[in-house]
Design a protein around this ligand. Structure first.
Ligand code: ZN
Length: 184
């Protein structure tokens, strides 16, 4: 398995701002643990962050959020990217759309994406959708993704498992998995 960790929208807007998930802050410590194990094991980490122009289509639904170069579109301090991490910006729900993510994953030889971040039923789900159609194996880390409500969260997990064949694992299982790769 050649995985990459995707960190979706762990920016101020979705953790503390207008479109925050009530569970956002609680998932941060476990994301941190996964990222530190991934760095140790040499597993690539790719941040995918909303960065909108005021005319973006999606703003018709959600209103202004994560605007270009605003404080809201900055990654939260606790999850500050490391020197070797990759940061890509998106103007859509999916981390694949117009971000260059597909090329990056191909160039890195990645076959499995491990999804973390917000929101389970929007950007995580749409990124999983594209990952499925581009032929990647998908792992969703149950306790490091969050949504507006527990219902949205649970519904999206079940949907991704059923429709995209995503494996739903806990962060502990993912850390063990990365540990196994490191030891090889
Ligand atoms: Zn957005």
């Amino acid at each position: 398995m050649r995985p990459a960790i995707l960190v979706i929208d762990m920016i101020h807007e979705f953790v503390h701002g207008r479109l925050k998930s009530p569970d956002a802050e609680s998932i941060v410590p476990n994301i941190k643990k996964i990222l530190s194990k991934a760095r140790e094991a040499g597993i690539p980490i790719i941040y995918l962050c909303d960065k909108h122009y005021p005319f973006d289509h999606e703003l018709k639904i959600w209103g202004e959020h994560a605007l270009y170069d605003s404080p809201e579109n900055k990654i939260i301090d606790e999850l500050k990217p490391g020197d070797k991490d990759i940061v890509l910006y998106k103007r859509n729900y999916s981390g694949f759309r117009d971000t260059g993510l597909l090329n990056v994953l191909h160039d890195l030889g990645v076959d499995t994406v491990i999804l973390t971040g917000i929101h389970t039923h929007i950007c995580v789900l749409h990124t999983a959708w594209d990952a499925f159609y581009y032929g990647f194996n998908i792992i969703i880390v149950r306790d490091v993704v969050a949504a507006f409500s527990r219902d949205d969260h649970e519904y999206a997990l079940k949907y991704m498992e059923k429709i995209y064949g995503a494996k739903i694992l806990g962060s502990k299982e993912v850390i063990d998995l990365l540990e196994g790769i490191q030891k090889k």
